[in-house]
Design a protein around this ligand. Structure first.
Ligand code: C2O
Ligand code: CU
Ligand code: CU
Length: 448
């Protein structure tokens, strides 16, 4: 199903956004962009034609960001994974009108992690992200500074924004042109990394760190290397794991992030990063030594979960298919608050995907199970980093025991999440398949 035109272009690295007089300035612009030679598309970007510059901050910082909307349409900017008060969250209520500037100022109160930012306009999130609006938001802290990890951005610390887009036979970009798009969400036929089709990156010899964001609208990627090598996962959505976990593949749903370490030992190790059989990125080591030779043994404090037996439980059932997708029988309503939650009081969110289990089938191209609407839903919660307590009563996988803000819930599965909110205001929870979100698989909760 997937086709590709190979450019062998060098992987672009989204530049770090420089502060000016203590302010990060983002301008939302419409641009022209060539995914394929000679086919100009109208795209959206932050300070550029596509995607956004990387915002990098430190725990303890007071951060100020000004977002200027130069589009002819509304937008918002949501800081995905960040703990901030409701009016700074950038959800569907914080609309930035054309020609206006939205100013936020908030302290960074959470540990080192790879977060991201993207629009969150009611019913329009899917198209705006698809046209190019997404950027990384990296937090450093004392621990990340002191660990012996690759941290030279763009050299041995490499961001990978993985997406897919669909092009027609004339190589023009398509969005929501097929009936099944309403059910599956918008699946592409071409893989895109950092805005480019099939790029090549030349890592140093030694250990390279990849910060991977699944920034796709709907596709869950099952990432692995063409030589079946193992790698180490060191971080989840919201921070470092306790220790590196050795893995051979990495399932990453829309909205999720993972950081991995990959060791390159010799110059002739040409290897591809793939989703199933589909090659997304080619890696060819270069004759240069990386500063990091070994994978650290420990990364983060031991996770100590509190006694959860007396905590309040709240239930969320994701159900329906296509235009009927909903949570607890309700579709998103800007004027309805679905849940009232107490500030600083941990509780358990029990999230169920009520479609029937038909097995996982999410390689590029989709399959029968997704046609029937029995698809895994990545459930995302604003203003928190949670812990997964269990999946269908069983302990979570060891690579998902770090902080999470998005969790993939399979058909027939129930996951229990330990959540806590430290900032007040109105926030969203939703499926991160953006077409599901846009069709109403979203609810609002108030924290006070
Ligand atoms: Cu990444 Cu509510 O979004
Ligand atoms: Cu979010
Ligand atoms: Cu969904």
């Amino acid at each position: 199903c997937l086709f590709k035109m190979s450019f062998g272009e060098i992987l672009p690295i989204p530049p770090l956004l420089e502060e000016k007089d203590g302010v990060f300035n983002l301008k939302v612009i419409e641009g022209e962009y060539e995914f394929f030679d000679g086919t100009e598309e109208s795209t959206l970007g932050y300070n550029g034609n596509i995607l956004g510059q990387t915002i990098r901050v430190k725990k303890g910082d007071m951060v100020e960001i000004h977002v200027n909307n130069s589009l002819k349409e509304d937008t918002t900017v949501h800081w995905h994974g960040l703990r901030v008060i409701g009016i700074m969250d950038g959800g569907p209520h914080q609309v930035i009108k054309p020609g206006t500037t939205w100013k936020v100022r908030f302290p960074i109160e959470q540990e080192a992690a790879t977060l991201w930012y993207h629009p969150h306009l009611l019913h329009k999130t899917g198209i705006q992200v698809y046209k190019g609006l997404a950027g990384l938001f990296i937090i450093d802290d004392e621990r990340s500074d002191s660990l012996n990890l690759p941290k030279n951005y763009g050299v041995d610390d490499i961001p990978l924004i993985i997406q897919d887009k669909r092009f027609d036979s004339q190589m023009k970009l398509e969005y929501l042109t097929r009936n099944e798009d309403i059910i599956n969400g918008m699946l592409g036929n071409v893989g895109i990394i950092n805005g480019v089709v099939d790029p090549t990156f030349k890592p140093q010899l030694g250990v390279t760190r990849f910060r991977i964001l699944n920034g796709a609208n709907a596709r869950t990627f099952n990432l692995a290397f063409s030589d079946n090598r193992s790698f180490y996962q060191i971080a989840t959505d919201g921070g470092f794991l306790e220790k590196p976990i050795r893995r051979k593949s990495l399932l990453l749903a829309p909205g999720e992030r993972a950081e991995i370490l990959v060791d390159f030992k010799s110059l002739n190790e040409k290897v591809e990063l793939r989703d199933g059989d589909y090659s997304l990125l080619t890696l060819i080591p270069k004759d240069e030594e990386s500063k990091v030779e070994k994978v650290p043994k420990m990364l983060n404090q031991k996770v100590k979960l509190p006694d959860t037996s007396k905590m309040k439980k709240r239930y969320f059932v994701m159900q329906g298919s296509g235009r009927t997708v909903n949570i607890n029988g309700k579709q998103m309503d800007m004027d309805r608050i679905d849940e009232y939650v107490k500030l600083n009081e941990p509780e358990i969110w029990v999230v169920t995907n009520a479609s029937h289990h038909m097995g996982r089938d999410m390689m590029m191209g989709g399959g029968m199970s997704s046609m029937m609407g029995n698809i895994p839903h990545p459930f995302h919660i604003h203003n928190t980093q949670f812990r997964i307590l269990n999946r269908n009563g069983r302990p979570p996988y060891k690579w998902e025991r770090g902080y999470k803000d998005t969790v993939l819930v399979d058909p027939g599965e129930t996951v229990e999440l330990l959540v806590e909110f430290r900032h007040a205001g109105l926030f969203m929870y939703h499926c991160h398949i953006l077409e599901h979100e846009d069709m109403g698989m979203m609810g609002q909760f108030n924290v006070s």
